[in-house]
Design a protein around this ligand. Sequence first.
Ligand code: DGL
Length: 281
Amino acid sequence: MPRKTKHDWCEAPIGIFDSGLGGLTVAREVHRLMPHEDLIYLGDTARVPYGTKTAATVTRFACEDTQFLMGKKVKAVVVACNSACAWGLSTLERHFDVPVFGVILPGAKAALEATRSNRIGIIGTSATIRSQAYHVNILARNDDARLFAKPCPLLVPLVEEGWTNHPVTIKVLREYLRPLLKRKIDTLVLGCTHYPLLKTALRKVVGEKIKLVDSAESCAEFVRERLHFLKLLATGRRRQGVIWPFVTDEPERFGDFAERFLGCETEPPRKVELPPCRIMV
Ligand code: DGL
């Protein structure tokens, strides 16, 4: 087989995966910032949520997701799931031969840029909060930061149900955020790729003054910066990038979600089976 040239690599798609459809918020931002890039999106909808599972299970799933994307000859992998990133990123970086980007480091950096008082709230799935991944990434850069974290396990099902601005969701948000608001945070990290869809509801609960750090936005900016640095952007392409979605279950549900989460057209979603990964976790 002839080796791929630098030009071939630039032309290759970017792979993005999430436990389900929340990662489409990251795909939306990547597509917005890099409209000429082709994207392959994998949502592991058969096994969502990851956020309630153990580190070993989430890492194994993340390896299987990445192995699938590697089979599609991607030039880079974006882990558009905080839970998978929190537990699996270092394993993916060690075992796969393309750049792997997560959502947590860019989110941590964006939080430090946003805060004035160094009092930062973090919300995420139970897995993400338990991993302390945001703590590690933030405190490594500023050990004066005061961090207040809260797992919010009910939010992903509410978003998946489409109740992004529903009175029940606002009540649940009030309950979850009360302890963080008491701590006088000035910045709140949305540490789950489903949460950008809750921004309107969140604003009703936290008011206008608290800065919301959207991990999808900061991740897409980070990916563009890194691909530019690595000279892997498809800079010569004139046509609009194409998005190929794959899911492990219920491809028919994808259409609704794609409209809400992504806001643009994609190729028709295809259902795939993920073979077990050869990596020992
Ligand atoms: N989108 C996932 C994340 O960012 C949350 C969904 C899940 O629990 O799998 O953590």
